[in-house]
Design a protein around this ligand. Structure first.
Ligand SMILES: Cc1cc2nc3c(=O)[nH]c(=O)nc-3n(C[C@H](O)[C@H](O)[C@H](O)COP(=O)(O)OP(=O)(O)OC[C@H]3O[C@@H](n4cnc5c(N)ncnc54)[C@H](O)[C@@H]3O)c2cc1C
Length: 598
């Protein structure tokens, strides 16, 4: 059976020692009271909930899955899910980072991010039920009418109701411009929606008394394609004027998908049969409104894989210390045993350190990014808000795709550490691999993320935002460029930073002549950009660790951090050279292959 220990020390290191979040919050009136003690206390409590309530339900949820009663359209979640959710609501967790004007506790996103990392480690399938509500909340805060905010936000914030995002239809996932669900305006100003949605996470369940669906649909006179999509809020139960629940709205779960992982989460087929909804935002501008939700969700998906990477690492490490097989190549290590623990073998270490480095780099990036999000929302200086917002936009596809791809590499590596036992269900490792796999697909596949990064976020503004990130690297290089002890971290970072401009210009130039060149390079490009960002994170972490050691600290945490950073630069970062080479090889070997694919 797997175990899970919340990585509070590493979170505190990143939050307080690397990014000094409490000082940053002091500059934001909305968060000025959030000090380090408050953050630590919240994370400790959340860690207990994750480890003691959500984690014990993870394997059962996977085995049991959700069930649908086709007659009543009711979905039953696995044993214990409902009770855990009630406890979560009772503890006030859904409200943590929500706006106090809607009943929230107003804590920074950065804190919520860490809470969610732990919940995802503990039980990704369960965590998606409250997780989806955050996206619905964000979309309604940004685009809802006063009436919609009053009706839905307090209940989403308290967790009494949950949210969903209903985009996908059988014939369209990536290309939402093809969607067919119709919305007919009614005389009373409402709309009646008809159509079929598929793959809707947390689309139906027994954990909350109402479900607030945010649905993309087309108005009768809408232009074709993505410019003709509008966003609607469609509750499972209609809401009376006094806020009480009214009659059942005809938005029904008609089937549940049988899938590779996250079995505890209901992936629902949803039929809308004249369901009553109200328009969110402007007609035909639904995709833009939905993007608020999707961007929040993309950061959330990166966080899912961060959680799985961490829990897989913890279990693989414990196993590698315990399992004895063969002797070390460099001589017997455990003389009192018949064989050495497998952690002595170089490749086992490589697998463990890969997961460790991807977890620690991912944690630093997620915290860095959500701190920017807090600044974008709450910093008093407009310039800082704008700058932070732009950086979040640049980093979002990297968080989503790089961290989930790394989650795939890491959970597989950790399963491999177990040998054949990793493939056997009882150890829990294969579940981490299966659960992680969807993170590379939903919320826009990782290919789509790479096109968003290279096409829109980088080439779309002539590399202006990338240069902003480059400036941060430049500052660090300037600070530490003469520090010999930092050279092993700073030099590769500075080198890649320099190369990035030329690399980007080259692809941009080729793409200008032939757009397929961008499509052919994008996935490799995103991975290179991911390493650029991780290298910056590891250099910042190494900087702090070296300072602490120089100040006389003997805490082994800092030595471990340096060793992980060294591993990262020696064994993971160098793939950037190959990636740049394959990106530069262009589109010809892909697009001139009709005979090969005939
Ligand atoms: C378990 C699960 C939960 C989900 N939850 C939700 C949810 O809550 N709400 C919701 O609305 N949807 C949800 N989805 C749907 C999910 O977001 C889509 O499956 C995903 O966006 C991909 O769409 P698709 O499956 O139609 O694949 P397609 O769009 O058909 O893509 C097929 C392949 O083509 C590639 N491709 C497509 N277009 C391009 C392009 N322009 N350039 C390069 N490659 C391209 C894709 O990357 C992919 O590899 C969920 C899906 C699953 C499986």
């Amino acid at each position: 059976m797997p175990t899970y220990t919340p990585p509070l020390r590493d979170m505190q290191f990143v939050l307080h020692e690397v990014f000094n979040v409490a000082d940053e919050f002091k500059a934001m009136p909305a968060h000025a009271e959030t000090d380090a003690d408050t953050i630590n206390a919240v994370l400790e409590e959340a860690g207990k909930f994750a480890a003691e309530v959500a984690f014990p339900l993870n394997i059962g949820g996977d085995t049991e899955g959700c069930t649908l009663d086709v007659k009543t359209h009711a979905v039953t979640t696995p044993k214990g899910f409902k009770e855990a959710y009630a406890q979560y609501v009772e503890g006030g967790w859904p409200a943590l980072s929500c706006d106090p004007q809607f009943g929230g506790q107003g804590l920074p996103h950065t804190v919520n991010q860490c809470v969610y990392e732990m919940l995802n480690s503990a039980n990704q399938a369960w965590t998606m039920y409250p997780g989806l509500s955050h996206g619905a909340y964000e979309a309604l805060v940004a685009h809802g009418t006063e009436e919609q905010k009053k009706t839905y936000l307090p209940k989403l914030v308290s967790g009494e109701w949950t949210g969903t995002m209903c985009l996908t239809e059988p014939h369209c996932g990536t290309d939402l411009g093809l969607l067919r669900t119709k919305a007919e305006p009614q005389a009373d100003g409402s709309y009646r929606l008809t159509g079929n949605k598929i793959f809707i996470s947390a689309g139906e369940h027994d954990m909350a008394e109402n479900i607030v669906h945010l649905v993309l649909a087309r108005l009768p006179d809408a232009p074709k394609g993505s410019k003709g999509i509008s966003l609607f809020v469609v509750p499972k139960f209609k809401v009376n004027a006094d806020g009480s629940l009214g009659e059942r709205n005809p938005i029904f779960c008609t089937g549940l998908e049988h899938k590779m992982g996250i079995h505890g989460n209901a992936t629902a087929q949803i039929a809308l049969d004249g369901a009553v909804g109200s328009l969110v935002g402007e007609p035909n501008k639904g995709l833009a409104a939905m993007f608020v939700m999707m961007n929040a969700a993309r950061l959330g998906v990166g966080n899912q894989s961060l959680g799985l990477t961490e829990v897989a690492f913890q279990n693989a490490l414990a196993y590698a210390k315990d399992r004895i097989q063969m002797r070390s190549l460099s001589g017997v290590k455990a003389k009192d045993k018949d064989a050495d623990p497998i952690i002595v073998h170089p490749d086992v270490r490589k697998m463990l350190l890969t997961a460790k480095a991807y977890a620690e780099g991912g944690r630093a990036l997620q915290i860095f990014c959500t701190l920017l999000l807090d600044k974008a929302h709450h910093h008093p200086d407009e310039k800082v808000r704008k700058n932070s917002d732009e950086l979040v936009a640049l980093l979002t596809p990297i968080v989503k795709a790089f961290i989930t791809d790394n989650g795939h590499i890491s959970t597989n590596a950790c399963m491999q550490v177990f040998g054949g036992h990793g493939f056997i269900k009882e150890w829990g490792m294969e579940q981490f691999v299966r659960d992680n796999r969807i993170n590379m697909i939903y919320e826009g596949t990782n290919t789509v993320q790479s096109l968003d990064l290279l096409g829109r976020k980088v080439l779309g503004n002539n590399g202006a935002t990338l240069k902003k990130f480059g400036k941060l690297i430049g500052q660090l290089v300037e600070e530490e460029g003469v520090n010999e002890k930092m050279a092993e971290f700073i030099n590769p970072l500075a080198y890649l930073g320099d190369q990035m401009t030329k690399f980007t210009t080259e692809i941009g130039f080729k793409g200008f002549q032939n757009p397929d060149e961008v499509g052919a390079a994008a996935v490799d490009y995103l991975r290179v950009a991911g390493h650029l960002v991780f290298a910056y994170m590891f250099a910042r972490m190494a900087q702090v660790a070296l300072r602490k050691i120089a100040e006389g600290s003997t805490d082994p945490f800092y030595t471990a951090k340096l060793q992980t950073a060294r591993f990262y630069f020696a064994k993971l970062f160098p793939e950037t050279a190959t990636l740049m080479r394959t990106a530069r090889s262009g589109s010809k070997a892909l697009m001139d292959t009709d005979a090969a694919l005939a």
